[in-house]
Design a protein around this ligand. Structure first.
Ligand code: IMP
Length: 190
């Protein structure tokens, strides 16, 4: 099953969740070296665009995901622009610093990660969504994970994503939930 991404973190995470039943392969592993276009205004549009692009190139079952951190006090930003919030360098620390700066003195810290997966199988498209609610802390905590993990504390937990073992984060994360639905769907697919 082709996964339209260049992010090895995600491939590892998704492969762990999918288990041995499906081998996840990236376009790069099949020799495709160019970028996958991602120009939509929403997570749904981006996931669909990436999945369609790879399906048109390879003609094989594939899926793509798109994820964003949505902060209520910032009207849903950084959202679809999460990777490049502080600039094209995709610098996680700079992104987090920008968030903390914008939320300085703001009491409503509610936020969520939302992940959308679009699967193309037998010529049909299916969409799955996972989300995890939480809050943005006032400083960085922890070193595990990636992206905004050190400033995001999921509801019901005393620590950030970056302070959890990776398996625990994967179980409760937005991508974990979206992949769980994908796995369930594939398991039932006759
Ligand atoms: P993508 O478009 O799915 O690659 O995700 C966009 C950006 O959202 C990433 O570059 C990260 O900054 C952030 N992001 C996505 N998933 C996570 C996560 O699990 N933890 C922290 N940040 C994430």
């Amino acid at each position: 099953m082709l996964f339209a991404t260049a992010n090895q973190h995600k491939v590892d995470e998704v492969q762990r969740l999918l288990g041995a039943a499906f081998e996840v392969v990236t376009p790069a592993q099949t020799g495709y070296a160019d970028d996958i276009p991602e120009t939509g205004d929403t997570l749904e549009q981006n996931a669909r665009q990436k999945a369609r692009f790879i399906f048109e190139k390879f003609g094989q079952p594939c899926f793509a995901d798109d994820t964003g951190l949505e902060i209520d006090a910032l009207n849903g930003a950084p959202g679809v622009y999460s990777a490049r919030y502080a600039g094209d360098e995709k610098d996680s620390v700079a992104n987090m610093q920008l968030v903390l700066q914008k939320l300085h003195g703001v009491t409503n810290r509610a936020a969520r990660f939302r992940c959308v997966i679009v699967l193309i199988l037998d010529g049909r498209e299916y969409a799955f969504e996972g989300r995890v609610e939480g809050e943005i802390l006032t400083e960085l905590h922890g070193t595990q994970g990636f992206g905004y993990d050190p400033i995001f504390r999921p509801d019901g937990y005393p620590c950030t994503f970056a302070e959890m073992p990776v398996e625990e984060k994967n179980r409760l994360s937005h991508r974990g939930k979206a992949v769980e639905q994908l796995v369930k769907f594939l398991g039932n697919y006759a």
